[in-house]
Ligand binder design. Sequence first.
Ligand SMILES: *Cc1c(COP(=O)(O)O)cnc(C)c1O
Length: 377
Amino acid sequence: MSNKKKIWLSSPHISVESRKYVDEAFDSNWIAPVGPHIDRFEARLSELALNHSVVSLSSGTAAIHLALILLGINTNDSVLCSTLTFSASANPIKYLGANPIFIDSERESWNMCPDLLLQAIQSEINKGKKPKAIILVHLYGMPAKMNEISKIAKTYQIPIIEDAAEALGSKYNNQPLGTFSDFGIYSFNGNKIITTSSGGALVSNNKKLIDRAKFLATQARDEASHYQHSVIGYNYRISNVCAAIGLGQLDVLPHRVKRKREIFNFYKNSLSDISDITFLEEKGKCFSNYWLTTILLERNSTIDINSLRSYMLKNNIECRPLWKPMHMQPVFSDCLSYTNGVSEDLFKRGICLPSGTNMSLQDLERVVNTIREIYEA
Ligand SMILES: *Cc1c(COP(=O)(O)O)cnc(C)c1O
């Protein structure tokens, strides 16, 4: 093992601003899943999300779960979901006893392939079972083919939940991701572009639905002086302390996006002469927050992602394979999927480079030099 400092994939990057807000929360004794910092956090998020209504929650997973409940998803319903994603996109479908149907990727953005989506909808309708919702992921901050997918969803009247957990600060056609559809969700987990340690948000332009989400997220208490319940509730609200951390993080979000994009450009420029390496890049109307810089290795190269990853690890640098597609996961082995081989190919050849905004120039140079050592050996 190397005795060099560990370089992480994407570690939390807390700003001094957060401490100020957390001190306020402590001083005012709002140490609860209710309080003024939650209200301010939601107001600020709303400004970033086209003034949509916002409820902040304990996690992005909770946000997806509530969105599915609000769409009326029930036992045995089908929900279409991107296959190349983190399991949290799909797990809430199973919480409700519904069935995920996984849709493969297209090569440009690595996100849901519109052609396969259309094929899946038509063939499921032919089987007599129209899917009830679409969970569309913007992976690694890269916008999915929003125009095409929105059009298909509209034609067949199927609501979309945009999983923008990794895509806060990204835009498509200059519009923030998470605001194109019936629902958008964000995550503020420790590894995301901004963090509240753990947290998430659900956004929608339908205020009534967000009010209902708030109600469900606070144990579904009916209006009464005693505790009265007519439906099953959840304990899904964010803590006021976490929201205070989040306020400080929102202060620096523009800097984080700028820095992530600089990191991407640094890697791209520094490795451009290695023809074995290609980058996932924004195209057309896409603006990515480049949450993680991701590369693909050439198919027939002697260097594969396993040899690259273990060499980096030996040098105390963390690299990760891409998310393993959901249709390849043991837990979802009984689920339907519409595949074209793209996500499996990406999974075989793709790797995420350290992209933390708290990395120094020396850290970035160390990553680049270590990769160069492998190719120049
Ligand atoms: C992180 C993540 C989630 C879940 O968010 P949590 O806040 O960790 O529950 C969902 N989808 C994707 C694509 C993610 O990366």
